[in-house]
Design a protein around this ligand. Structure first.
Ligand code: ZN
Length: 187
């Protein structure tokens, strides 16, 4: 029985589930894509950028007592899940999840296709308990919703420290640096 975060990209685990990770509740993180999506401002070679992002997630997880062997990289193309065979994504995910696990899955209302595809596939995963986490959206309330107030200064200064490549990206994109996290209990 483990608490497992499924993260579409390197950083979603932090943005969506920071409070869960720093409280030591998370046993495993599965990152679905390879971090390879390039943006104009990035001054790195593609492989260098992928590796930098991977190390950002890895360092944050290791510092919060998630074992190296429990940080799983599925390496599907960043920004490319809509063009990837869905069954192969599902099977790779399923290999890393047990029926007794609690799965933290991204919200399906995020505008990024990698997010709603990951969420859609996780819904069918045979795991005991599923909790949806939000990235930027207010989650609807057909289920039991939990809103966790977080120390916003600490969270976002940790983000700047652990995820420097992404901090710059979010700054440039008017990302809402929220002072709360939202979770929906799905089952
Ligand atoms: Zn993402």
């Amino acid at each position: 029985m483990a608490n497992v975060i499924v993260s579409p990209h390197y950083d979603d685990e932090f943005i969506g589930c920071y409070s869960q990770i720093i409280s030591g509740k998370i046993d495993k993180v599965i990152v679905v894509t390879d971090g390879g999506k390039q943006f104009a401002y990035i001054d790195m070679e593609p492989d260098e950028y992928k590796n930098a992002r991977k190390l950002e997630t890895k360092k944050f997880c290791l510092d919060n007592n998630i074992k190296d062997s429990n940080i799983v990289y599925l390496n599907f193309p960043d920004g490319g899940l809509s063009n990837t065979d869905k069954l192969s994504i599902y099977l790779k995910l399923k290999k890393n999840v047990n029926k007794s696990d609690t799965l933290f899955i991204p919200d399906m209302w995020g505008s990024h296709p990698d997010h709603f595809i990951t969420a859609g596939l996780c819904i069918f995963m045979p795991s005991k308990h599923k909790i949806m986490y939000s990235i930027t959206r207010r989650l609807p309330t057909p289920y039991n919703k939990r809103i966790i107030k977080i120390d916003s200064d600490k969270k976002w200064s940790d983000f700047k420290k652990y995820y420097p490549t992404q901090f710059k990206r979010l700054k440039l994109s008017n990302f809402p640096f929220r002072d709360r996290e939202e979770y929906l209990e799905l089952s």
